[in-house]
Design a protein around this ligand. Structure first.
Ligand code: SF4
Length: 446
C-alpha cells in the first residue's frame, strides 16, 4: 500500500469557494490562512480564465499559527471594506486555520460588535479544510452556506432555482440561453459567466461586474423547485435538499447535461416545470447532435477511453461517450463520495460493456502504469493529464478544470446538445490528427 500522495487529482476546497464567490455580485473572498493558499488558488484561476482574480488572505505568520488569527482576520476584513466596498465577503477557512482550531464564527461576531454604527457587508463563513474535501465540496458547501445564511421564505413564487456545478462561463451562458428559450424565470447560483469572462472595460472596477445578487439568493426559499446539477454530492451539502427540508422547495438533482441522455433529463425537467414544450431551436440542436453521432460513428466506435476529473464530470462524460459507441475503460476522480461507482457501473450494464476500472481518491502517479495495461485510445481530462498523455502518446481532450496549457477555457462549451456536438467534434478531430501524425506519408481525406 502506498503511504504518500505524489500527484493528486484533487484541487483544494477553498478553490471551490473561490469559484462560488466569484459568482456573487460585488463579493470578495478572504482565505483565513497563509498567503500561499490564496496565491495558489489565484494562480490556478488566472491561468485558466485569463482574468484578474483578487482573493484576500488573513496572512498567517508563525505567531498567528500559534496564537490564532483573529486579529489578522479583522484587519483583513477592514482592508477589504475600505478598498473594495463589497456587498458581501466570503471567509473560507484553510487547512492551517482549521488545524489550529480558530473559532472564526466568534471572530466574525466580534468584528461586527467592535464596529457599531458602521455600514458593513454580509460576511459568510465556509469551512473548507482541504484534508476533508476537494474543490467540488468547497463549491457545494459555499452554495449551501450562502442560501442558508441569506434566504428565507416570504411566500411562494413561480421561480426555479438553478444550482450549478463547476462549469465554464461559456457553459453557464448556454444554460441561460436554454432556460430563457423555455421562458423560465430562474435564479442561478452562482453565476460567474461575466466576472470570470468579462469584456474589456472602459473604466477600472475593483470587483468585476456580474454575478447573482443578494436579493436573488434571499428569494431562493420562495421558489417552487430547485434544479441541482450533481448526482455525486453527499446529501448533507446539497442546497436543493436544504431548501426542500427547510422551506418545502422541491428538489430535483440532475447530471451535468452532456450527451443526449443527460441533456434529455434536463430538458424534460424544464418541460415539466415550465409546462411548455421544448422550443424548436433546442429540438433542432438535438437533431443535429444525433446526425453528428451517425457521422462520427466510424471514427469513434469501440475506442477505449480513460476519463479523469471531478466525479460529476466523469459520470456525464462516461454517459456521453457510451452513447457514441466508445468504451470508458478507466474512470478516475480525486473525489471519494462513492456515488460515481454505481452510476458508472449502471452505464456498463445499460450499454453492455465490461465494468470499467474505477478509481476514487486517485493519484496521477499510479495512472501511467495502469493505462499502459489498457491500451487506451484517448484521455478526457484537464491539463493535469498532459504529462500522462505525453508519456503514453495518447491524445488528450482537455475538458473541465484546470486548463492552463491551452487558450480559451473560459469560452469552452461542453454542455447541452450544442456543447456535446463541440466535444464530439474535438474527439473525432483528435483521432484524425493522430492518424495523420502517425502515418509516415500523411494524407488529407479521412
Ligand atoms: S494548505 Fe490546504 S487550503 Fe492551503 S493551498 Fe494547501 S491544500 Fe489548499
Amino acid at each position: 500500500m502506498k503511504e504518500v500522495t505524489i500527484n493528486t487529482c484533487n484541487l483544494c476546497a477553498p478553490l471551490g469557494a473561490a469559484f462560488a464567490f466569484k459568482g456573487i455580485r460585488k463579493s470578495l473572498l478572504l482565505l483565513h490562512g497563509s498567503q500561499g493558499c490564496s496565491t495558489y488558488i489565484r494562480r490556478y484561476m488566472i491561468a485558466h480564465f485569463r482574468e484578474p482574480v483578487d482573493i484576500a488572505s488573513s496572512s498567517f505568520s508563525e505567531n498567528t499559527a500559534v496564537f490564532g488569527g483573529g486579529e489578522n482576520l479583522k484587519k483583513g476584513l477592514d482592508n477589504i471594506v475600505s478598498q473594495y466596498d463589497p456587498e458581501i465577503i466570503g471567509v473560507a477557512t484553510t487547512c492551517l486555520s482549521e488545524t489550529i482550531g480558530d473559532d472564526v464564527t466568534m471572530f466574525i461576531r466580534e468584528y461586527y460588535k467592535e464596529r457599531p454604527g458602521r455600514r458593513l457587508p454580509e460576511i459568510i463563513l465556509v469551512s473548507t479544510p482541504s484534508y476533508s474535501g476537494n474543490y467540488s465540496i468547497g463549491f457545494f458547501k459555499t452554495q449551501k452556506a450562502l442560501v442558508e445564511s441569506l434566504s428565507s421564505s416570504t411566500g411562494m413564487t413561480n421561480k426555479i432555482n438553478v444550482f450549478l456545478n463547476i462549469l465554464s462561463p461559456g457553459d453557464i451562458r448556454h444554460l441561460k440561453y436554454i432556460l430563457e428559450a423555455f421562458l423560465i424565470d430562474y435564479i442561478m447560483l452562482p453565476d460567474y459567466s461575466d466576472t470570470l469572462d468579462g469584456g474589456a472595460w472602459r473604466e477600472f472596477h475593483h470587483i468585476p461586474p456580474g454575478g447573482t445578487t443578494l436579493k436573488k439568493i434571499a428569494e431562493c426559499a420562495c421558489s417552487k423547485v430547485s434544479l441541482e446539477f450533481s448526482l455525486c454530492m453527499e446529501n448533507d451539502i446539497s442546497t436543493a435538499f436544504l431548501l426542500e427540508n427547510k422551506w418545502n422547495v422541491r428538489a430535483r438533482q440532475l447530471p451535468i447535461p452532456i450527451g443526449i441522455v443527460c441533456t434529455d433529463l434536463f430538458v424534460k425537467a424544464l418541460k415539466d416545470e415550465s409546462g411548455f414544450p421544448c422550443p424548436k431551436s433546442i429540438e433542432d440542436e438535438r437533431m443535429r447532435l444525433v446526425d453528428a453521432y451517425a457521422d462520427a460513428h466510424k471514427y469513434v466506435f469501440g475506442k477505449k477511453v480513460a476519463i479523469i476529473g471531478q466525479e460529476d464530470w466523469v459520470y456525464s462524460l462516461a454517459s456521453f461517450i457510451s452513447e457514441i459507441g466508445m468504451i470508458p475503460v478507466v474512470c478516475a476522480s480525486g473525489g471519494k463520495s462513492g456515488k460515481m461507482i454505481y452510476l458508472i457501473e449502471s452505464l456498463s450494464k445499460m450499454y453492455n460493456y465490461p465494468k470499467p476500472r474505477i478509481h476514487l481518491d486517485f493519484d496521477y502517479d499510479d495512472m501511467e502504469h495502469l493505462l499502459r495495461d489498457y491500451n487506451i485510445d484517448l484521455i478526457l481530462g484537464s491539463s493535469k493529464s498532459y504529462k500522462l498523455a505525453r508519456a503514453l502518446n495518447i491524445p488528450l481532450l482537455r475538458i473541465g478544470f484546470p486548463i492552463h496549457d491551452r487558450f480559451g477555457a473560459a469560452a469552452a462549451l461542453s454542455i447541452g446538445y450544442l456543447g456535446s456536438r463541440y466535444v464530439l467534434n474535438n474527439i473525432v478531430n483528435l483521432f484524425i490528427e493522430k492518424l495523420q501524425n502517425d502515418n509516415p506519408v500523411g494524407y488529407t481525406y479521412q
